[in-house]
Design a protein around this ligand. Structure first.
Ligand SMILES: [Zn+2]
Ligand SMILES: [Zn+2]
Ligand SMILES: [Zn+2]
Length: 104
């Protein structure tokens, strides 16, 4: 099983108490499905099931490898470079998120 070698690029170890939604969708008025946060810079984007896939777009454009789910009850992270899912116990907190505009 592959291991992630990018944990030294995790700078967000305390999740925000609340977010308004996908930053990029809010700018354009688009709907999102699920929310992910970039653990390098804190960018909040939408999942690959969303029309615009902003979390993945951010990872590629910014070169930031690891996201974490912000969905209630989900604690998994994902490294785009190693393509491995993991739990990073150093990342703490729980984020209140608004309901998905797509009802998911
Ligand atoms: Zn990695
Ligand atoms: Zn989005
Ligand atoms: Zn980032």
């Amino acid at each position: 099983m592959a291991a992630c070698t990018h944990l030294n690029q995790v700078f967000i170890t305390q999740l925000p108490p609340t977010v308004d939604g996908c930053e990029d969708c809010l700018l354009t008025g688009d709907p999102w499905l699920h929310l992910r946060i970039c653990l390098e810079c804190g960018h909040v984007g939408c999942c690959d099931g969303s029309p615009n896939r902003h979390a993945t777009a951010h990872a590629h454009s910014a070169g930031h490898p690891i996201i974490r789910s912000l969905e209630p009850g989900e604690v998994w992270s994902w490294c785009y470079v190693d393509e491995v899912a993991m739990h990073i116990p150093e990342v703490r907190g729980q984020t209140r998120i608004p309901p998905s505009p797509l009802g998911g």
